[in-house]
Design a protein around this ligand. Structure first.
Ligand SMILES: NC(=O)c1ccc[n+]([C@@H]2O[C@H](COP(=O)([O-])OP(=O)(O)OC[C@H]3O[C@@H](n4cnc5c(N)ncnc54)[C@H](O)[C@@H]3O)[C@@H](O)[C@H]2O)c1
Length: 402
């Protein structure tokens, strides 16, 4: 069977190369010619553990020309669906990807995998193609290849039987419960998944803000409640807040669509607000310990989580901006994300990017640990007389919620 994938970013590249690994004849399409050139050299342009090896082993044929997938039995669309300023979804890339398939009079199944609000496939895809489905992605960056091969579930939304059958065939090589449903429900499952996960972390953060005031260790509390099978252990790590490209944009879009339908979703409003404020709490703690203006402040970790170079919506962005506004001199180190951070905003260009964690600590009067990279867990990095504040719990010393 032949498959095409349009949009070779984090999701598209991981999906494409892993499908090749399970024996599907996949070709990838992206408008970015630089990405296609790198793929020809079997090189990954994202840092995601295992991806280079997979590319070397299975090779991903890729092109900027959508005609290269004209004879595919199905096409997954994995282009970005960012937020507009008001939180609504921006469908520019999505619509242009769909149009590129219309332009070649594509006849196979068209299956979006980008995160899109319920009703989007039916509005923008169903009218133009005979075979249509929706297949959300649930990968977590940093362990995306592992997640693809061992997912908790595969959700197949479909309009017609051809699409359902071809989708099941696509995932034949993967062992996971399959949820078959209509397209709109499949779209909603993805939002519900992300809204729940983000809310769970925010609850842990809120508990942490309270326990910090009460002089109680939040991790003792969340470790205990995590043992309750109705709660579960994962996503209970209190800290400087969640980040990444998905949670904020997806919850904002969910809030926006609720409002259009006359409903104000108070819980999700609160989750967004709580997470907006959470990163800055570490600066309040720092301010209580030292003056910030003119001080050398070290930031260890810039990516929103370890094992990725992704800084989209990372708490580090808010923290670095606020520190610069207060007149701090920033020294930063991240094993993978420094380049992305430097290019994120002109004001980050003048940050002192260090060669390693040790240099960053040495150059700083106080250090904030913002990502729980393994390299930062070594106690010997931190002199006893230096202010070290953890935004992510790695040693259990002074931290944002503990
Ligand atoms: N990153 C994640 O962890 C994650 C997880 C699950 C779902 N998602 C969802 O998957 C989608 C993609 O996310 P991402 O992080 O991979 O985005 P991304 O920005 O990393 O990648 C999108 C890619 O699409 C390409 N593109 C844009 N328009 C195109 C077009 N018309 N034709 C061909 N290529 C085009 C871009 O050049 C880019 O390479 C989003 O809807 C996102 O919400 C992301």
């Amino acid at each position: 069977m032949k498959a095409g994938i349009i949009g070779l970013g984090y999701v598209g590249l991981i999906t494409a190369i892993n499908l090749r690994a399970i024996g599907i004849d996949v070709t990838g399409i992206d408008v970015d010619a630089k990405k296609i050139e790198l793929l020809k050299e079997k090189k990954s342009y994202i840092y995601e553990p295992g991806t280079d090896n997979l590319l070397e082993r299975y090779n991903l044929p890729a092109s900027t020309d959508v005609k290269a997938i004209a004879d595919a039995d199905l096409v997954l669309i994995t282009v970005g669906t960012p937020s507009n300023d008001d939180g609504s979804q921006n469908l520019t890339y999505f619509i242009s990807a769909v149009k590129s398939l219309q332009d070649i009079n594509y006849k196979g199944a068209v299956v979006p995998r980008s995160t899109i609000l319920p009703g989007t496939t039916d509005s923008y895809v169903t009218p133009y193609f005979e075979h249509v489905g929706y297949n959300p992605e649930f990968l977590a960056e940093g362990r995306a290849n592992e997640d693809f091969i061992h997912p908790d579930k595969i959700v197949i939304g479909y309009k017609d039987e051809y699409t359902r059958d071809i989708m099941k065939k696509l995932y034949e090589g993967i062992k996971a419960p399959i949820i078959e449903t209509d397209i709109k429900t499949a779209e909603m499952i993805k939002y519900a998944n992300n809204a729940f996960l983000a809310s769970k972390i925010s609850i842990a953060n809120e508990l942490g803000n309270i326990t910090k005031k009460l002089n109680i260790d939040v991790y003792k509390v969340t470790d205990a409640i995590g043992l309750d099978s109705r709660i579960g252990k994962k996503f209970l790590n209190a800290g400087i807040g969640w980040g990444g490209s998905c949670f904020k944009k997806d919850i904002s879009a969910l809030v926006q669509i609720s409002r259009i339908h006359g409903y104000e979703p108070e819980i999700f409003n609160a989750v967004l607000k709580q997470n907006d404020l959470q990163p800055l709490k570490i600066i309040d703690i720092l301010r209580a310990r030292t003056e910030i203006k003119g001080k050398n402040i070290g930031l260890l970790g810039l990516s929103f989580k370890p094992e990725t170079d992704d800084i989209r919506d990372a708490p580090s962005i808010k923290i670095a901006s606020a520190l610069l506004d207060e007149g701090a001199i920033i020294h930063a180190y991240d094993p993978r994300a420094m380049n992305n951070f430097k290019n994120y905003d002109d004001k980050f260009k003048n940050i002192d990017y260090c060669e390693n964690a040790k240099q960053c600590v040495e150059r700083s009067d106080a250090v904030l640990i913002l990502t729980e990279w393994n390299a930062f867990k070594d106690d010997r990095l931190y002199p006893a007389d230096k202010i070290i504040i953890e935004g992510r719990r790695i040693r259990g010393k002074e931290g944002v919620c503990w």
